[in-house]
Design a protein around this ligand. Structure first.
Ligand SMILES: [Zn+2]
Length: 260
């Protein structure tokens, strides 16, 4: 029997194969469903060009939090990923890139020491080798189970961005649904160009927390990608089907000659 998926926005029932062939975007109302890491990599990179880096690294339990290791294992089994980010090198329309794709389905895309380390390492490699870095963000924020080690990653990743700025190697950020917390408060806000997928929630604290704190009703569409673009935080909202060509254009137009 054909599997049907209901769109949460327009409520139309869509055949799962049709949805998959349409990059998990509703053909009726353009709602962008969750896109898995491996699908994202296939969508962005030239065929068979992606080579994963540090794929065997796994998170430790530095604070010896009870139940954390079991939780990691559960998410590993469920998602087939080692942690909340996959990094590697690839080509995009023939241009060399370094790519990081965060996985929201792995512990809410939370950034612990491993996620911070992998992203930092990619940015340092990019700076050394003069290869642009693209990061697809999706995160609920810092990983609570790693406490201060998790918060440290904000400073660490931000320092790596500073190195990229110094060496004039471009960093392209793509915000996907949702990007919040410590990831928004560090590298995700520091790209040379910041793109977003339509409808993505982008912020630090969520709307409910803010509403509760300031005791005021928030405007329509608050913290959505389009709102953030209209208020200058996001440079462009790009449909999934146009993402590869948009990034390709950005890479070509941001090339800096070594002697400049
Ligand atoms: Zn729809």
């Amino acid at each position: 029997m054909e599997k049907l998926v209901q769109c949460p926005i327009c409520h139309q029932e869509i055949n799962a194969n049709v949805l998959s062939n349409n990059l998990e975007v509703c053909p009726n109302c353009n709602y962008h469903f969750h896109f898995k890491v491996r699908e994202r990599i296939v969508n962005i990179c030239d065929e068979n060009s992606f080579v994963e880096i540090d794929e065997h690294l796994v998170s430790l339990n530095p604070l010896e939090i009870e139940g954390y290791e079991e939780k990691l294992k559960k998410h590993k089994d469920k998602s087939n990923l080692n942690d909340a980010v996959v990094t590697g090198s690839a080509t995009l329309n023939g241009e060399k890139i370094y790519l990081c794709v965060m996985a929201f389905d792995f512990m809410g895309g939370s950034m612990g020491a491993l996620v911070g380390e992998k992203i930092t390492k990619i940015m340092i490699e990019g700076a050394i080798n003069n290869i642009p870095v693209i990061i697809f963000c999706a995160s609920g924020g810092a990983r609570m189970q790693e406490g201060i080690f998790s918060l440290m990653q904000m400073a660490k990743t931000s320092s790596a961005v500073a190195l990229m700025n110094k060496t004039k190697v471009p960093l392209f950020i793509v915000l996907t649904h949702p990007t919040t917390g410590g990831v928004t408060a560090s590298f995700a806000s520091l790209g040379d160009v910041i793109l977003s997928e339509p409808g993505a929630l982008i912020g630090f604290a969520g709307p409910r927390v803010i509403q509760g704190t300031i005791g005021q009703k928030l405007p329509e569409g608050f913290q959505r990608a389009e709102f953030q673009r209209d208020h200058g935080f996001v440079d462009a909202v790009v449909n999934r089907k146009d993402m590869k060509e948009t990034l390709s254009y950005l890479i070509k137009t941001h090339k800096v000659k070594n002697n400049e």
